[in-house]
Write a protein of this length. Sequence first.
Length: 416
Amino acid sequence: MTIILYAIPVFFLLIGIELLMEKRRNTQYYRVNDAISSLSAGVLSRMVGIFKSLVPFTLYILVYENAALMTLPETLWVWIIAFVLYDFFYYWNHRFGHEVSLFWASHVVHHSSEDYNLTTALRQTSGGFFTFIFYMPMALLGFDPVMLLTVGALNLVYQFWVHTQHIGKLGWLEWILVTPSNHRVHHAQNQIYLDRNYGGVFIIWDRLFGSFQDELEDEKPIYGVRKALHSWNPFWANLQIYSQLIKDSVHTKKWSDKVRVWFGRTGWRPADVSAAYPITPVDLTQFTRFDTELTKATKVYVIVQYVLTAIVGVYLMMNATNMAIVTQLLVASYVIASSVNVAWVMENRSAAMRIEWLKNSLVMLASLLVYMPQWLSATLFVGALLSLCLLVAVKRSQPQVDQSSVSQQDSLHKLT
């Protein structure tokens, strides 16, 4: 966790550099709504990670302390072996995450963006409650729990830089490492690219186990998933596939199918459910990205809201051990609620703007009345005040409805 927290400034520095390249090369790899959705999913993932990692890590420690076959010294070679071995188990974790419905329901969040840029790397799941089982062999082999956390964090940090379209193929490195080129393949929904290139750091596992696919010059990747999210809501992104699996397991009549829905091959549906509730196959030849039109003022507003929410989220991550559980839950709930409502703002839901007025007013009040570090109180107060001013600008930037036209339409509707 510490390594990832220290890496966050570097992540945003690289995102800034990529944005400069976007402007210089006049590419269209970034959209504000999609980027904010990805970044919000990342904040939610870190929030939930504080709580959900306690049980798996405790189980790892129990296995390590009571069933380890050996005690490994903390030498350089042991660290290197741990790093490589972790990536090997990550490959199988990642592969199951694509090929088994239950695991895909969690992992799909990372693939739900229809853009591909460095913010996509931060679009992480808040689920993944069962993935820890893939790393239990390392406990049996005697790899220290702290070593596991460290190499796991380094593996995740490495994966950040490969989420870019600004870097082409890297020669002989394509044979050994996961690169931007072969990871673009992994995020594509083209049939030839589907479920390929699972490695985290090393691409050699894909070459060994038959899941490698090179990026083709005549097949441009189409990013996203076949069952498109059609929402900016990071909370719904975590629930979408679970919702579908629940419906399918309830509707099917065979008990064996009720189980197979969860543990069968990704995309498999019982015959009776498919007949009664068909899902239209995606036609990639007609593919268009989900989008919503935002005014410049709205774009500025949602960026400011993300920054404020991220500050609160990072503060929680850095101080969780010094907070009461109730306080942790309240702060995490604020981060989740704020992220969801900003998503609704980007979806142009009218109620979302009214909620934003209320939210920012309450944040200003809390910054004055609730005990918190002085710098955080000042940041939240100024941020909420700025947000209220921006809401005025957002209101003014929205297109005005011609009331006479509306009245005429209403009269015509009543006549018909």
